[in-house]
Design a protein around this ligand. Structure first.
Ligand code: FAD
Ligand code: SF4
Length: 516
């Protein structure tokens, strides 16, 4: 019988098991549908990236001689729902079966699983582009109440053989973090990323997105995401040649004017399938072997992909759907409304949000220690913050966004993913960035009129969650400092935090369960 092979927007790779040797009569389908474009208000750059990359991939498949059906968003007969559209196409081409690779979010996986006994019949295939399958991860995680990325990562190093020399870690250590984490020097030259001129296909998609999604947060101006494998490979080459050497050193630094610093900007290409995680890790490993980059940079970079990226995916598939409902710190606020406008005098937040608006990108430390940290300190509800992160970044897909936001940033899973919350006062931001010298607020003050809001919110957060956090041995030092403060000082900090929270306009929070 004739199969329909449905290819999703994050599966644009000839390496998919379903595309390695498809039956010669198979119909390959890619579908743009309104439902997927709108369930959170995705950044226009993200939608252009996905639709344009899908159109280019469809063309590449046609060039290899496959029969391809591409459903455009404005096609009159498009059902605008992914599964309904695939079933319509199956009927159109007389296909009795629909095959699809495991999608990147639980919601779609669940809907497909429920249609297994349908006609046409749905079949799910495992996505083996990752180093670790959900089953392998579940076996590794077992019944542990807390997981540690570092242990998982060492296992992945051993299993993949990446950065290993005869069963020993290359360079004699698993982790070179103590050589990383420098702040930025005053003057720094960051090489510009390669410029990908939008071709006719991308320009057509840009016009389409302007027509349909212009009300979404973000601009299309300056769109520069790779939409073909060739462009993605050129981004990878640029990173290996010009940026990797300084990646480790400035991994945690934040700049007031440089949005990308020495980060790779490869997450979007990795997540859509234009690059494979294995080839990216191997390219970095080769750079070290050939003496082009130091071990601390290469190990730090590989850890993000072979370690963190695989780890959060494992957590996602082994804990969903309950993971999405976790809210152990009982955070109840909606999102501060300035997350959609950047309209705040807090310079660090203003810059992180403006860069996000302009580029559909912020690097990890901006996400974790600026927008994430502030939401944690304010008590923003996981659903509200997750929807924002899922919407605003070009690389955002739920399997990777949710554990990072709910687990790493909001510590809403009780420490399952990360051993302590990444809460920090203005002092951390001042150390790692040059924002504070451009800010309306004074980072050295906690309670005065001009005090940096992060400071009182930080101490207030620690007080509010003393019961859950004080017994954590990694928090002992900081609770020691809190306990040494006078009652008067603690009261003044609480009052200041209350005043700040009253002045922020928070969007209405979702009701329980609205989100799933
Ligand atoms: P680099 O700094 O160059 O890192 C190299 C690669 O490592 C990245 O391309 C990415 O594939 C991987 N990586 C690094 N850190 C992580 C991590 N914590 N989890 C998973 N992979 C990682 N990443 C996404 O791909 N999609 C998301 O939706 C996403 N949401 C996030 C939400 C929050 C709140 C936080 C704190 C982090 C999130 N991340 C997400 C992880 C990380 O911030 C991005 O992968 C990274 O900033 C992408 O930029 P880059 O390619 O320049 O990364
Ligand atoms: Fe951010 Fe506070 Fe520094 Fe201003 S003073 S940039 S609000 S950390």
């Amino acid at each position: 019988s004739r199969p329909l092979i449905l290819i999703l927007a994050d599966q644009l790779s000839f390496d998919l098991p379903l595309l390695r040797d498809p039956p010669s009569n198979a119909v390959l389908a890619l579908c743009e549908v309104d439902g997927e474009g709108r369930y959170v208000p995705h950044h226009p750059q993200k939608i252009v990236l996905l639709f344009s990359a899908m159109r280019h991939f469809a063309e590449a498949l046609r060039n290899r001689g496959y029969q391809v059906h591409y459903s455009g968003l404005e096609d009159a007969d498009n059902c605008q729902d992914l599964l309904d559209e695939a079933e319509r196409l199956a009927r159109l081409y007389h296909c009795s079966e629909i095959h699809v690779t495991r999608p990147g979010d639980w919601r779609l996986h669940e809907r497909i699983s429920q249609r297994r006994d349908h006609t046409p019949q749905w079949h799910l295939t495992e996505d083996d582009r990752f180093f670790c399958s959900p089953d392998e991860f579940a076996r590794w995680a077992g019944n542990r109440r807390q997981l540690r990325m570092e242990h998982f990562y060492r296992n992945m190093r051993r299993e993949s053989g990446i950065l290993m020399e005869n069963d020993e870690p290359a360079g004699g250590q698993w982790n070179f973090d103590h050589d990383n984490r420098e702040a930025l020097p005053n003057k720094l030259d960051v090489p510009d990323p390669p410029r990908h001129q939008p071709d006719a296909t991308t320009r057509e998609v840009m016009a389409l997105v302007e027509r349909h999604f212009s009300d979404h947060f973000g601009t299309l101006k300056g769109f520069n995401w790779a939409v073909t494998r060739r462009q993605a490979l050129s981004d990878l080459r640029h990173f290996i040649r010009h940026l990797l050497i300084d990646f480790g050193r400035y991994q945690d630094a934040i700049s007031d004017h440089e949005p990308f610093l020495f980060h790779s900007r490869l997450s979007a290409s990795l997540n859509t399938g234009l690059l494979s995680p294995r080839e990216v890790c191997q390219a970095a490993e080769r750079a070290w072997q050939e003496g082009h980059a130091p071990i601390n940079a290469v190990e730090g970079f590989i850890r993000q992909i072979l370690g963190w990226r695989e780890f959060v995916r494992g957590v996602y598939w082994s804990r969903m759907p309950n993971y999405k409902r976790e809210n152990r710190l009982r955070a109840e606020r909606g999102l501060p409304d300035f997350y959609w406008s950047g309209d705040t005098r807090m310079r660090c937040l203003n810059r992180a949000i403006t860069m996000t608006h302009d580029n559909a990108y912020a690097h990890h430390i901006q996400r974790l220690m600026v927008t994430g940290n502030f939401a944690l300190l304010c008590g923003v509800k996981p659903e509200a913050l997750c929807d924002w992160y899922l919407a605003v970044y070009a690389d955002a897909h739920e399997w990777v966004e949710l554990p990072n936001t709910l687990g790493m940033v909001l510590h809403a899973d009780g420490g399952y993913l990360g051993s302590k919350p990444y809460c920090a006062s203005g002092k951390y931001i001042d150390r790692m960035s040059d924002h504070c010298r451009h800010c309306h607020y004074d980072v050295k003050q906690t309670t005065g009129d001009n005090a940096c809001p992060f400071n009182s919110l930080y101490w207030d957060f620690l007080e509010r969650h003393e019961r859950e956090l004080a017994k954590n041995h990694r928090m002992k030092l900081i609770y020691g400092s809190l306990h040494r403060m006078s009652d008067e000082r603690r009261r003044a900090q609480r009052d200041k935090a209350r005043q700040i929270l009253e002045e922020i306009h928070f969007e209405p929070a979702y009701g329980q369960g609205d989100h799933l």
